[in-house]
Design a protein around this ligand. Structure first.
Ligand code: ZN
Length: 318
């Protein structure tokens, strides 16, 4: 591998995530500062300059090994929300001082449940409730209350994400007989209210099992709405069948031109069988390639190295 052409991903991988976290987090624009900037940029209108912005310009090497990034201070000119020019000299325009903080592309949170958060309410302890079936029973009791102000709580959670540099999320949304389509509708209002500064894609998620509870009619309805992925949950442990649940999930995606993103906590044979079944179906239906995802996928962690590599190649090909 050409070390001079190393990607940022390879750099982070080689240097260790812990170290990278320590090295980079103090430099990221924190909540207080980004709020300050929001007020200032509002006052300045659509065109302004950030001065003393730290940008990465290259890598520091020890021999062939990357040990740090080189940085410099720049002025970044913004017009209508887009970077227009980066220069090392003062521009003479109205400026906001970034005080040497590191500017990074915003993060994308690729698995979150914005629709059912307790954030912005009083703290409460996690309740142990007997595995996935226990969690479902607990949700059936707590969701009606949670839904009363879920739009407000989703907006507060989005603001928390933004304050730490996240500008986009893929959110799962409960679709089941308790919430019906209300969790989705409430979240869509929150996302509409935040659409100028926060992007999202949605996964319609039968959290209580597609068949374990009678969720399919609601999933069919949600699939026709403004969502991007058909979700799923542990087909063997919750619904009792890989084929029945996965075939319906895949058909919903194909019929409505959506992607797939399933929750798969099953760690043993049934987990691996589900992944292999899904790989086979994606190969049969190439339209699903590039837009089919398995969340958690704990089964992959328990495989021996040879099997793991085989599955990795099959996943990549699908
Ligand atoms: Zn999840």
């Amino acid at each position: 591998m050409d070390k001079r052409g190393i990607s940022r991903k390879d750099f982070l991988k080689n240097s260790g995530l812990g170290l990278a976290g320590i090295a980079f987090m103090p430099s990221i624009l924190q909540g207080q500062n980004s709020h300050l900037q929001k007020d200032q940029t509002t006052a300045l209108g659509n065109s302004y300059v950030l001065k003393n912005v730290r940008l990465e310009t290259g890598f520091e090497f020890e021999g062939e090994e990357v040990v740090a990034t080189k940085t410099g201070l720049f002025s970044v000119e913004i017009e209508n929300g887009k970077i227009k020019r980066i220069s090392s000299k003062a521009t003479g325009k109205e400026e906001i001082d970034a005080k040497g903080m590191l500017m990074l592309p915003s993060f994308r949170d690729m698995h979150i449940h914005l629709d059912k958060t307790l954030y912005a309410e009083k703290w409460r302890a996690v309740r142990r409730s007997g595995g996935i079936k226990g969690m479902i029973a607990l949700e059936q009791k707590t969701l009606p209350d949670m839904l009363k102000n879920s739009t407000y709580k989703a907006e507060k959670l989005i603001e928390l994400l933004q304050s730490h540099g996240t500008g986009f999320a893929r959110s799962h949304v409960n679709i089941e007989p308790t919430s019906k389509l209300d969790s989705l509708k409430n979240l869509q209002i929150a996302l509409a209210n935040k659409k100028n500064s926060f992007g999202a894609e949605l996964v319609a998620f039968p959290q209580h099992g597609l068949y374990n509870t009678d969720s399919l009619p609601y999933m069919k309805e949600a699939a026709k709405m403004d969502i991007d992925f058909i979700g799923g949950l542990d087909p063997t442990n919750v619904d009792g069948s890989i084929q029945k649940t996965m075939d319906t999930t895949i058909q919903l995606a194909l019929d409505n031109n959506k992607g797939i993103d399933i929750h798969l906590h099953e760690s043993g044979k049934s987990g691996l069988d589900t992944i292999e079944y899904l790989i086979g179906k994606v190969n049969e239906n190439p339209v699903l390639k590039g837009k089919t995802f398995v969340s958690h996928a704990f089964a992959l962690a328990a495989l021996d190295k040879v099997k793991q590599e085989t599955i990795a190649e099959q996943l990549a090909a699908a």
